[in-house]
Design a binder for this molecule. Structure first.
Ligand SMILES: CC(C)(COP(=O)(O)OP(=O)(O)OC[C@H]1O[C@@H](n2cnc3c(N)ncnc32)[C@H](O)[C@@H]1OP(=O)(O)O)[C@@H](O)C(=O)NCCC(=O)NCCS
Length: 168
């Protein structure tokens, strides 16, 4: 059976300099050769969620590798962040200059074993801070309606819904 088409909510927030709390984990900028580790994180994070399209871990690694190669626009490396526990990626933000919504929070994900500790909030704030330093004034994102956890997080971080123009 084909999955029904999910409604997507577009959101936007101004970038600002932020005083982000330090992490107990190592945080670094995403690197061009991080596709495999990012793919593994995306696979486990999205598995069983409203956005799970049933793909394999290999599919997720391909998607991540293609994203880093420019599938959704060029990655803005200094604003794309990774939290690591040892060698393992446990949270990530990927920011790209996708022409339709530039810049775009293409991915935000936290490993299920590490969720609800503020890791994603922290990385999104660091991404906003880095974008501001690059003189980029706003950050866009698109989230599936029904992904309540993500929508609540984004609203708490100050993102506002962009309403579609009224059809006359
Ligand atoms: C959405 C997602 C990225 C959030 O990651 P996270 O690291 O758990 O996010 P945070 O911890 O920063 O915040 C999430 C919740 O944890 C709570 N939280 C934050 N710090 C906390 C702490 N120290 N103790 C307990 N709860 C805490 C927050 O209040 C928030 O709760 P809320 O849902 O009531 O707003 C994660 O659930 C995920 O990877 N989901 C699957 C992928 C996905 O849907 N991505 C978004 C696509 S647009």
């Amino acid at each position: 059976m084909t999955k029904p088409v999910q409604k997507r909510i577009e959101m936007i927030r101004e970038t600002t300099l932020l005083d982000v709390d330090p992490s107990k984990f190592q945080i670094k900028d995403l690197q061009p050769d991080d596709g495999e580790k990012l793919g593994r994180l995306l696979y486990i994070s999205y598995k069983g969620t409203i956005d799970d399209e049933g793909g394999s871990e290999t599919d997720a690694i391909t998607e991540a590798t293609e994203t880093l190669a420019g599938r959704y626009g060029n990655v803005i490396w200094s604003a794309s962040k990774i939290t690591q526990d040892g060698d393992k990626f446990i949270s990530a933000t990927v920011i790209t200059d996708w022409p339709k919504l530039n810049p775009l929070l293409a991915f935000a994900a936290t490993h299920p074993d590490y969720q609800k500790q503020g890791l994603s909030a922290q990385l999104i704030q660091l991404s906003l801070d880095s974008l501001h330093k690059l003189n980029i004034p706003v950050l866009h994102l698109v989230v599936t309606e029904g992904n309540e956890h993500a929508v609540r997080l984004y609203k708490r971080l100050g993102f506002q819904e962009v309403l579609a123009p009224q059809k006359s």
